[in-house]
Structure formats: C-alpha cells, structure tokens
Design a protein around this ligand. Structure first.
Ligand code: ADP
Ligand code: MG
Length: 482
C-alpha cells in the first residue's frame, strides 16, 4: 500500500460500523441482524452490504435505519450511502438464488413498532407461561400428546394439510411451507393436525423448542406484559422458540398492537429459519381487520384447507375413536351417526360420547333407536317445514347444478332429472298443490308434475343407481329439517 492515509475497504468500514452498532443494540439483535451481513463493496462513500433476504432488508430498514445512518455518517463521513444486495430465494428447490440491489430509504423514520427492543438485555428472560425465568429446555410445549398423525384419519378433505404437515414435521423450517397455515371451519381438525406436527417434531428431536399457543392466550400474555412493562421479555421469550404453533389467528382481527408484536416475532423467527405454523377458521383472503403486511406474511408459505369429511372418512374417524376407547358399537349405528352428522368432527365425537352416556345411564343397548333419540339433541330447529325451495336447493346441490336451471326451459338430461326428482319430493313431502308445485318450476302445469312423479317411481323400480340417489336425497331432506 502506498501513501500515508489508510485506505478504507468495504470490510474495514463495515467492521467499524459493527463495533458502533454492537454497543447500541442488544447482543441477541446484533447476532441476528448484523452478524449475517456481508460487506460487498465500497465506492467513494457508497457501501454495499449483502443481506440474506428481502425480509432482512425490510427489517433493517424498519428498525435500524436511524442507527445505520448515524453509524455510516460517523465512519464514512457526510454524504455516505448504504446499499443493500439482497439474496432472493424463489422457493423452488434446486434453483439458485439471485440478488437484487436496494438503496436504503434513509428517511430516518422512526421505528413504528409499538415496542422498542431493549437496549440492554439482562441475563434472564421471563417466560410468560411459567414465571419466572427460563432455560431453553424449560419451555413447556403446551402440546397434548393425544393429538398425533397416527390417529388423524386421512381423507380427501385433509390430504393436502396432512401431507404438508407431515413434511413440516420432518423438516421444521426446512421446507417452503413456512409459515404453514391450516384453515377450515370449526371442529374440522385444525388444532389436532398442528398439535400432531408439534408432537412429531418433539419425538424426532427432544431438544427442539416447540411452542403451541392459542392466539387468544398470546393476546392476553401480551396485554399483561404491557401492563407489567415486560414486553421485551415477552418478545424475547418468543424469539427462543424453534417451532411456533399459533392456533386461531383470526382472533388477532382488530387487535392492532397484538398484530404488531406478532409481526415482529414472526419476522424474527422466520428470518432465523424457525418454523411457524398457523391456523385460522378462514382463508387469509377472508380475514378481517388484519394488517395487510401480516396477511402478506401469512401467504408466504402454504395455506392448506380442511374441508368437511365425506361419509367414509367420517365412519373411519368414528371407528378409530371407538377402537382407541375400546368401545364397540353396531355398524348400522356407526353409519347412522356418520350419516347424520356431516360437517363437524367434534360433533361427531360428541354424538358418540352422548350415545355411550345415554346407554349406560338408561342401561340400554346402543342401537338405532337410541341413536335416533340422541340425534335429536344434535339437530336444531326440529320442526322446520319442508319447503319446495329447500328441496330444490338440496337436490341441485346433490347433482351439482344451479337451482335456476330446474326453473328454466332446459331439457338437458341431468337438469330434467333434478327437476323431476324435486317435483317428486315436493309432491311427497309438502302440502303444496300440483299447480303450486308446477309454478315453482318455471310455471309448468300440473300434468308435468304428475308425469314427473310417475317417471321417478318407474325409474326407482328399474334403475338401482337412480334409486340410491333418490334414497340418499330423501335422507338429506329429512335430516335438514329435523
Ligand atoms: P378445530 O381446531 O378445527 O376446531 P379440532 O382439531 O379440535 O378442530 O378437532 C375436533 C375433534 O375432531 C378433535 O377431537 C379431533 O381429534 C377430531 N378430528 C378432527 N379431524 C380428525 C381426523 N382427520 N381424524 C381423527 N380425528 C379427527
Ligand atoms: Mg381448534
């Protein structure tokens, strides 16, 4: 090297920056956010640094832009600029990452997360689950060991969620399913599947810190931490977790501060390769009053839905429940229950328990009669009138055609069939006159209705499949009005 002044390189300047930054932020944050950064080049007063992801860049810009600006100024002088080089993974296995350059926004805007990171982290961090302090190994997972993959029956309704869950369980943080978001209606197995993932991870590796928490619990912990001014501890506690399972995130709706803190935790975990698993009773696009940036995060990984199970799956679930509880129930009763409770697995299990209870209380065998009696407790609106509209809807749903079609002039075969079957049930199950029935089907006259009823009766005698359809519909209509 010639000359008297020591030439600054990107490395030496960045090292100088680091030593300043280190003194101004907690060690944990320093390690997380600054150690992974690589200085790339220094041109005049422009320093380019490489950061591992877009996330990282956003985080630095959101939280440390002031610090970075001041630090750079003191190291490189007035007019210095920072540029980021971001490694972008496109999520496809095997494809190599590319980089993009981003200037710092250097606006000096303030940290807009409601809670500032502590400037001095003490040696202990409070565990909001078990107060006081914690060691890593002491974190309770809050997992219920009875939720496993083994007893989570697979069906078309849950195949994607189940296999994605399984992949995540075998490689937490190492798949593109991060976060994994499982959504679906009440009682369809969201909690079961995410707990199964947690249990499986614990089984594969005892040392992984897995934490299951409901969004409600998280929220109340956060509120407590604000009251007790222990929010930093709260955040730091969550940052210790390797696998965070947050159940029912729809509860974050409208809770701005909780969302902010969760966003912060989410970013920190995701950034450091930790696995995040979420559940919600609706898909991200239908979540209300959740900040856009949080929703965006939710969509980053995979959203897999749980649908209502089909009859075979419902029977299989009941059977495995009976098996694990050591109960036997006649097959026809199992089928009856599975048939009648179709959109909620929790209710399905409830019906089984209720049957057992009634049978032992009344010292009665479990049979169809008992099942029928019991079923009344499960189905509301027991004396609802059957209407022609309801029949049309159920029949059309069953054949998967639009209701309007049975009222139209269409002579398409499947529409004619749905129309005739609907007329047949209308005649059979309502008190409506033939004329009135006809008027519900695009003003057809009474002779059309008579002809429809005859056709249905004839086909029932001669066509086994047709008969099965009509019988199934008969059940559905009756059940829907019990
Ligand atoms: P959610 O969290 O979606 O409201 P849960 O996970 O609490 O639903 O599930 C309700 C009940 O149904 C639980 O007892 C669960 O074990 C059971 N269950 C749900 N799906 C299945 C399945 N595929 N196989 C076996 N049991 C299931
Ligand atoms: Mg649940």
């Amino acid at each position: 090297m010639t000359g008297t002044t020591v030439l600054k390189t990107s490395e030496s300047s960045w090292n100088e920056c680091l030593s300043i930054i280190k003194d101004n932020i907690p060690e944990q944050s320093f390690k997380t956010w600054f150690q992974p950064i690589k200085p790339l080049k220094l041109e005049e007063k422009n320093l380019t640094i490489q950061v591992p992801s877009q996330f990282f860049y956003e985080w630095l810009e959101e939280h440390y832009v002031d610090l970075l600006r001041k630090t750079l100024k003191s190291v490189l002088g007035i007019g210095s600029r920072l540029e980021y080089n971001i490694i972008v993974e496109n999520g496809q296995a095997g494809s190599s990452p590319y980089t993009v350059n981003m200037p710092t926004n250097n606006t000096g805007k303030n940290d807009n997360i409601g809670v500032t990171m502590p400037l001095n982290l003490g040696g202990t961090i409070k565990n909001p689950f078990i107060i006081p302090g914690l060691r890593k190994v002491n974190i309770e997972s809050n997992l219920n060991p009875s939720y496993t993959f083994d007893n989570f029956i697979e069906g078309d309704c849950n195949r994607l969620a189940r296999s994605a869950g399984f992949a995540v369980a075998s490689k937490p943080g190492g798949t593109s399913f991060n976060p994994l978001m499982v959504f679906g209606g009440v009682g369809l197995g969201k909690t079961h599947i995410v707990q199964a993932i947690g249990n499986q991870i614990k089984m594969n590796n005892r040392n992984k810190v897995v934490l299951y928490v409901s969004a409600e619990k998280f929220m109340s912990q956060f509120v407590d931490s604000v009251r007790n001014t222990t929010t930093n501890d709260f955040v730091n506690f969550y940052n210790y977790v390797d696998v965070l399972i947050m159940d029912d995130v729809q509860f974050f709706s409208g809770r701005g501060k909780t969302q902010e803190i969760f966003f912060q935790i989410f970013n920190q975990l995701h950034q450091t390769g930790k696995q995040i698993i979420l559940t919600s009773d609706r898909p991200p696009k239908d979540m209300k009053d959740i900040e856009e940036r949080l929703l965006t995060r939710f969509k980053w990984g995979l959203s897999a839905d749980l649908q209502t199970p089909d009859l075979d799956t419902r029977i299989a679930i009941l059977e495995q429940k009976m098996y694990s509880d050591g109960i036997t129930i006649p097959q026809d009763v199992v089928e009856y229950v599975a048939h009648n409770i179709s959109n909620n697995i929790r209710e399905l299990e409830g019906a089984l328990i209720s049957l057992l209870a009634q049978s032992s209380m009344n010292r009665k065998e479990i049979d169809i009669d008992l099942a029928k009696q019991m079923m009344k407790n499960f189905i509301k609106n027991s004396s609802k009138e059957i209407s022609i509209e309801l029949i049309q809807k159920l029949v059309c749903d069953y054949f998967n055609i639009a209701v309007d079609l049975v009222k139209s002039k269409t002579r398409k075969r499947e529409v004619v069939q749905a129309r005739q079957i609907s007329m047949y049930f209308a005649k059979d199950m309502t008190k409506a006159s033939l004329k009135s029935i006809g008027s519900h089907f695009g003003n057809r006259d009474h002779s059309t209705v008579i002809h429809a009823c005859q056709t249905v009766n004839d086909l029932m005698d001669t066509d086994k499949r047709f008969r099965a359809d009509v019988e199934e519909l008969n059940k559905r209509i009756k059940i829907s009005t019990l």
